[in-house]
Ligand binder design. Structure first.
Ligand code: ZN
Length: 241
């Protein structure tokens, strides 16, 4: 099975459509979406519609939860709170109900899928460093755990109680090892590369590839400006941060 793994679309329809078209072009059979479909940019309904239509497995992100009142906004910045409130107002009834019912975590064919981190997914903890990953490896037993949330594509491996960061964009999964895999962010990358980020997982050949693709950043920025959302939501897209 060829899986497309996407996360953190953040209402950026220009990036999301480009990525989903590329997944189709690459013959992806199933799409896993790790949440934060909405928040930050100006097309929450278009992004929800796209994910609902195309993704096989979807989990809830903190901005999805914040936009429909499923999590406290205490840990959100002031601008992010405003955007969650704006998003909550313009969501269609259908999309709101869908977000209200998304699971925090899913396990499919032995693979774990969660927006932030396994253990207590509603605490929205980041897996940013090897130290974070080591802690998390101890609280799940699956071979693969897909996570998003950090907006930085990064993977970690555990084998025989030894832990490493995987720097390569393409790697082959070893049978005796376990992995935490973050595909990066479709709609708001924060690793200094403005291109949309996603992953392809070929479960038959055990191959993972992190892919970057250019999209219409100017188009996404214009919609954010037209919607009178905070400027930084637009300016950060071209900086990739
Ligand atoms: Zn996010």
């Amino acid at each position: 099975m060829i899986y497309g793994i996407v996360s953190d679309l953040h209402s950026n329809f220009e990036a999301s459509k480009t990525v989903f078209d590329e997944l189709e072009r690459r013959g992806v059979e199933k799409i896993i979406c790790l949440g934060d479909i909405v928040g930050y940019a100006a097309s929450p309904n278009e992004c929800c519609d796209l994910v609902r239509k195309s993704a096989s497995y979807v989990v809830l992100g903190n901005h999805d939860a914040g936009s429909v009142g499923r999590t406290s906004l205490k840990s959100f910045g002031k601008a992010a709170i405003g955007i969650c409130q704006w998003t909550g107002k313009i969501l269609t009834e259908e999309n709101r109900t869908w977000l209200e019912n998304l699971p925090l975590i899913r396990e499919v064919n032995g693979k774990l899928m969660v927006h932030a981190s396994p253990g207590d997914p509603s605490h929205w903890e980041y897996v940013l460093s090897l130290k974070d990953a080591i802690t998390k490896f101890k609280i799940f037993s699956n071979r693969i755990c897909f996570v998003g949330h950090s907006h930085v594509p990064c993977s970690f491996v555990e084998q025989d109680n030894r832990y490493n960061v995987i720097e390569n964009k393409k790697f082959v999964l070893k049978h005796e090892a376990r992995y935490i895999i973050n595909p990066g962010s479709v709609g708001q990358p924060r690793d200094g590369d403005s291109r949309a980020s996603f992953a392809i997982y070929d479960s038959k050949n055990k191959k993972v590839e992190i892919v970057r693709i250019k999209y219409d950043i100017k188009g996404a920025q214009q919609k954010i400006i037209d919607a009178e959302l905070p400027d930084f939501s637009a300016s950060r897209l071209e900086l990739g941060k």
